[in-house]
Design a protein around this ligand. Structure first.
Ligand SMILES: Cc1cc2nc3c(=O)[nH]c(=O)nc-3n(C[C@H](O)[C@H](O)[C@H](O)COP(=O)(O)OP(=O)(O)OC[C@H]3O[C@@H](n4cnc5c(N)ncnc54)[C@H](O)[C@@H]3O)c2cc1C
Ligand SMILES: Cc1cc2nc3c(=O)[nH]c(=O)nc-3n(C[C@H](O)[C@H](O)[C@H](O)COP(=O)(O)O)c2cc1C
Length: 589
């Protein structure tokens, strides 16, 4: 086809316009013409406004598998971001939760991004345990030909920082995969470095001919209005404390604060099962102690920053390394070089480091040594259907002693000691779509929540009361003493009376010589529990991750053995099936 007659004379253009278009189009490659056709179609769909800066699309969308192992949703949200950006760059992304991952499909992934959080003490998130075990096990498939990249999320305050991401990265390589981008190990302030990593990784994974693309527009999505999905704001909201009550008796050795928070412009649209992140302030006494030890007592601006913005308690290997870099302290350096740092850190905080290795610091040093102060999550203990524009929380004060010093949990003791009615707090909603009431209100629910683990179940019961759910509900609660630690006791009694709670079983561990826990109550009621589960009940666990959640799971497995005479393996398979069908959900910490 010659340049002159590319456009027919019948085309709705003047002679001059036709000649100009012929000059451009006649020289264009098939890819450029295809692109222009798509661009013009998209322009119309978007009301005549270019919706994004288009570039030549890759020849065919390259498949990309994004797998994530997440407990509290951070890795899951980042997996969504990877998919969204990848789609814009001409990939065809598929996002898979480790909970649903069929490991046998990975060899066909071609290009693989894994985002994994670490939980417990170096463990995978609960929903990821099965797939992670399969990947690490002998039966894992070879990944020859798979290009992979791993993003690890963690918290430097844990000894096993980003252990799961690190292990996956090594495993993919050992199975024959080709590392397309270096792993990043990110701390709690991961948002910016994660965005940078995603951008660089997608570039590294892009097919050669598409690597230089700026953005390729998926016109179908533009037309459907899906391209510019509004992200919920991550900015904290200011709330007022309208109720501050200690739920334990004055004779208890625990202190659990019930907080009611009022939102001036309406509470965010939270659901039972969600958490609220609270931005705490540090203990002013500790701030002053650190400033004095560092020789910086007179610096008011630094004092304010240390109060509200910097993490002045967490001590990690990275903190010591930054301290050595800033001060050149040789004794502290020896601690790292001798390999003793990991053990020394145990139970110690930043103040111990500065007090043990005295050094004159500048404000810049202190800022460089510390990380941003992370918010703390608290399960929402209320339903909007019952409390309107409020959010209720139950926060237990963390106090203990290590290395001869009294220690206070930053957020919990801030709330317990320095917050009262009328105070303002900064908070942010943290949704959790993996801890949800059943869709059908006629479904029975079993809730296991010792200590503050009971908080979300107060929300569940309030919600089911408000919607007059016909399903039965059964609560297992536990704490130390019946008389002093029965959190929300009167409310449970009322709920039993109005039938929003069908039954409650309690375990007060220190009221008798031998300790009794919620898992013992489950064992005691094995047959009834299994009959509820056989009838379709959903099972929920909230609270301590270290021991309780594992003990409860073991008790449910044992309950199947007892009630149905199953072998341990078959009973385990029953619980695993509950997990896979999202009928066994947990929110543990
Ligand atoms: C999804 C989710 C929901 C949560 N819901 C709730 C809730 O409803 N109610 C609630 O109270 N908490 C809840 N938490 C826990 C909460 O987020 C905080 O971790 C907790 O309040 C402690 O924070 P803090 O700032 O007071 O203590 P921090 O300053 O963070 O100190 C806690 C750390 O101190 C150390 N420590 C604690 N006790 C000891 C000890 N005896 N010996 C040695 N070291 C110790 C541990 O390293 C621990 O991690 C939840 C957590 C998550 C992730
Ligand atoms: C109870 C608990 C245990 C944790 N254990 C570890 C750990 O051992 N190592 C680590 O690096 N991070 C640990 N973390 C931090 C999480 O990995 C981090 O918060 C991550 O951003 C969570 O991602 P997710 O929301 O995708 O689950 C822990 C967090 C909590 C609340």
């Amino acid at each position: 086809m010659s340049r002159q007659n590319l456009l027919p004379r019948t085309a709705p253009f003047g002679d001059g316009e036709r000649a100009s278009l012929d000059a451009v189009l006649g020289a264009a490659s098939p890819t450029q013409r295809a692109w222009l056709a798509g661009f013009l179609a998209g322009l119309d769909a978007a009301g005549g406004q270019p919706a994004a800066v288009p570039a030549a699309p890759p020849k065919a969308a390259a498949p990309l598998t994004v797998i994530y192992a997440s407990e509290s949703g951070n890795s899951e949200a980042l997996a969504g971001t990877v998919a969204k950006l990848a789609r814009k760059q001409g990939f065809k992304p598929k996002v898979v939760d480790f909970a649903d991952l069929d490991v046998a499909t990975l060899p066909k992934a071609g290009k693989l991004v894994a985002i994994a959080a670490t939980w417990g003490e170096g463990e995978p998130p609960a929903r990821g345990v099965r797939a992670y075990g399969e990947l690490m096990g002998e039966g894992a498939p070879r990944l020859d030909g798979v290009e992979f990249a791993v993003l690890a999320l963690g918290d430097t305050s844990y000894a096993e920082f980003c252990a799961i991401g690190k292990a996956l990265d090594a495993r993919f390589e050992a199975l024959g995969g080709k590392r397309a981008a270096e792993r990043a190990d990110l701390d709690l302030d991961f948002e910016k470095p994660a965005a940078d990593w995603i951008k660089a990784t997608l570039k590294a994974l892009a097919p050669a001919e598409a690597a230089d693309n700026v953005v390729a527009v998926d016109f179908a999505r533009v037309a459907a209005g899906e391209d510019d999905e509004a992200e919920p704001s991550r900015e904290p909201l200011v709330v007022e404390v309208v109720e501050h009550v200690n739920l334990n008796s004055s004779r208890s050795d625990k202190e659990t604060i019930h907080l009611a928070l009022a939102f001036e412009d309406g509470a965010p649209a939270y659901e039972p099962g969600d958490s609220l992140e609270l931005f705490p302030e540090n203990d002013p006494q500790l701030v002053d102690e650190i400033l004095t030890a560092a020789g910086l007592s007179g610096d008011a601006a630094l004092r304010n920053a240390l109060l509200a913005e910097r993490d002045i308690t967490t001590l990690s290997a990275a903190t010591i390394e930054r301290f050595v870099k800033a001060t050149g302290h040789t004794d502290a350096q020896r601690l790292i070089e001798s390999g003793e740092a990991k053990a020394w850190i145990e139970g110690r905080h930043l103040i111990d480091l500065i007090a043990t290795f005295p050094a004159t610091l500048t404000a810049e040093h202190l800022t460089a040594i510390t990380r941003p102060l992370p918010p703390r999550a608290y399960s929402i203990a209320s339903s909007r259907k019952e409390v309107g524009d409020e959010v209720h929380l139950a926060i237990v004060a963390v106090r203990y002693e290590t290395h001869g010093r009294a220690r206070s949990g930053v957020a919990s003791v801030h709330v317990a000691d320095r917050i009262r009615d009328g105070a303002k707090l900064r908070v942010r909603l943290k949704p959790n779509r993996h801890f949800r009431l059943p869709q059908d209100p006629a479904t029975d629910i079993i809730m296991v929540g010792p200590g503050t683990g009971v908080a979300p179940f107060r929300a569940f019961v309030q919600e089911r009361r408000a919607i007059e759910a016909p399903g039965r509900s059964w609560l297992f609660f536990g704490d130390r003493h019946f008389l002093h630690d029965f959190l929300y006791q009167l409310e449970w009694q009322e709920a039993l009376e109005d039938r929003s709670l069908t039954q409650i079983d309690v375990a007060f561990s220190r009221d008798q010589p031998e300790k009794v826990y919620v898992q013992d109550r489950i064992t005691h009621h094995a047959r009834e529990l299994v009959s509820w589960l056989d009838g379709g009940a959903h099972f929920y666990v909230c609270g301590d991750a270290k021991n309780m959640a594992k003990d409860v799971r073991n008790a449910v497995v044992k309950a199947y053995e007892t009630a149905k005479g199953l072998s341990p393996a078959k009973a385990e398979a029953q619980v695993a099936a509950l997990e896979r069908s999202h009928r066994y959900q947990q929110d543990v910490y």
